[in-house]
Design a protein around this ligand. Sequence first.
Ligand code: 4NP
Length: 153
Amino acid sequence: MRSVLFVCLGNICRSPLGEGILRDLAGKKGMPGDLEIDSAGTGNWHVGNPPDPRSVEVAARHGIDISPLRARQVRTADFERFDLVLAMDGDNLAELRRRAGARAPALEASGRLRRFLDRDVPDPYYGGPGGFDDVFDMLRRGAERLLDELAAR
Ligand code: 4NP
């Protein structure tokens, strides 16, 4: 496992945070530098935009700079390019399954396409700023588990 893609709806709130948190943790834990981490959205509304200011803020409070990231939409080539494609919620996973088409059953059976956590990371976009702290904590716990999983392979 050398590459991880986080996917949410807009690629401005949850998945760029996941990307930044995992990169930060991997660096701190001295994981091999060739772990590629990226994020994308199933939707295209925010393509080219920086992360939501609330995501930038909560990351910055934890010493992580996600401000240079720019949103992009997921591509079918991502299913070949990334060893792991991790959906933030069940809707994102359903959309990825649809896009993967005939490849979806094998990707899911091997665990290469799955929901990141055993529950949905709630979309914080329309909520208050507290939602972003909750999302940050969920993502950080998930990122620690994922790094343990990757290290054990
Ligand atoms: P994200 O949050 O999927 O975590 O990036 C959202 C961002 C934008 C929208 C929805 C969710 N939107 O509807 O524009």
